[in-house]
Write a protein that binds this ligand. Structure first.
Ligand code: ZN
Length: 151
């Protein structure tokens, strides 16, 4: 999907005319029409406004160019699981379980791994092996890389 398709789909989902859609965003109907024909693309500020107004992530608006994963626990993100800032805007780096009300839930990788190891089915794998596996996977994510970076 492209941005033009994503915007057109969003507008139709909300059953709005181009004019009604434009009014909500304080832009002209022509601007909306240009986005939908692909003649122009909304700038970063407008994308943010659309995201906030219609409760959809920027990634979705851009046609999902990135497969988002939580940079703390590694789970794939969609618009229902993406975390939010206290003002309600999306924080597209984390899931809502790792980042809530402007605060991170996990303060050490061990803490997270301890939690996950009991919630992910690992079959017959010994728990120490499962923990080692999780630790090696998760330590590559941004949140934990930052933790380890020298201050
Ligand atoms: Zn997470």
């Amino acid at each position: 999907m492209t941005t033009q398709e994503a915007i057109s789909a969003l507008r139709k989902k909300h059953q709005l005319t181009q004019q009604q859609f434009a009014d909500k965003l304080f832009v002209t109907r022509q601007a909306v029409s240009r986005w939908e024909t692909g003649e122009t693309t909304p700038g970063p500020d407008t994308l943010k406004l659309i995201s906030k107004t219609f409760d959809v992530s920027i990634n979705t608006l851009m046609g999902s160019p990135r497969r988002l994963i939580c940079q703390c626990c590694g789970m794939p993100l969609d618009d229902d699981s993406i975390s939010r800032e206290p003002d309600g805007s999306f924080n597209e780096d984390y899931c809502k379980w790792c980042y809530t009300d402007g605060r991170f839930i996990y303060h050490s990788l061990d803490e997270l791994v301890d939690f996950l190891v009991h919630h992910i089915p690992f079959g017959d794998k010994p728990i120490d092996e499962a923990k080692q596996f999780l630790t090696s996977q998760l330590s590559n994510l941004d949140y934990w890389r930052k933790e380890k970076a020298p201050q």
